[in-house]
Design a protein around this ligand. Structure first.
Ligand code: FNR
Length: 180
């Protein structure tokens, strides 16, 4: 499967970016996870949506061409980071490339709640009419990696066995969700 990955943190040592990279490597024999650059997108402007800058056109094309989309994000002030909301706003307009697109969400934080409040907001955004993504249902499928500083090593490798086993199960479920 070809899976487009959006990471909600631009930080070089981001746990969420590490998570995306670990998954990209771990599942490379079955899935092609492509981490898309959302930090280069300009702020969404309705004046430009019919003929957006090339970087936006490319981004939308990459999402449209993917079999599924994975969104891996930190929580900023109990919600999703602005850079991710901006990317989703672009995707929600004109050709609306997320409609019916299989999506799964995940997040990592150094705190106890593992981005749960951001994930709830994200699910709300993903159900808006211009987005209407086909999101992997929550029951048992919520990837909330808390206390991230204990689960990744200094080089960004995910070393927590139970988290890795959980991710393996979720990836199988997501692949089935995409095929559905
Ligand atoms: C945070 N952080 C944070 N953590 C949390 O659990 N709930 C929150 O609401 C917030 N809010 C917040 C706002 C801003 C602007 C920053 C910079 C940080 C802490 C956050 O979880 C931590 O910095 C993570 O490491 C960010 O994710 P990455 O960059 O490691 O992927």
């Amino acid at each position: 499967m070809k899976i487009a990955v959006l990471v909600g943190s631009l930080r070089s040592d981001s746990y969420n970016k590490f998570l995306a990279e670990n998954m990209q490597k771990r599942y490379q024999s079955e899935h092609e996870l492509e981490i898309l650059e959302i930090g280069d997108l300009p702020f969404y402007n309705q004046d430009d949506e019919l003929d957006p800058p090339e970087v936006v056109k490319n981004f939308k094309r990459q999402v449209a061409d993917a079999d599924g989309v994975m969104i891996i994000t930190p929580e900023y002030n109990w919600s999703v980071p602005g850079v991710l909301k901006n990317a989703l706003d672009w995707l929600s307009r004109v050709d609306k490339v997320l409609i019916d697109k299989p999506v799964m969400t995940a997040g990592a934080s150094p705190t106890a709640l593992g981005t749960v409040r951001a994930q709830l907001h994200l699910r709300q955004i993903l159900s808006a009419p211009g987005v209407s993504a086909r999101v992997l249902p929550p029951g048992g499928n919520e990837v909330l990696i808390n206390f991230a500083s204990e689960k990744f090593d200094q080089s960004g490798r995910l070393i927590d066995e139970s988290t890795l086993e959980f991710l393996d199960r979720i990836m199988e479920k997501f692949a089935a969700w995409i095929k559905k």
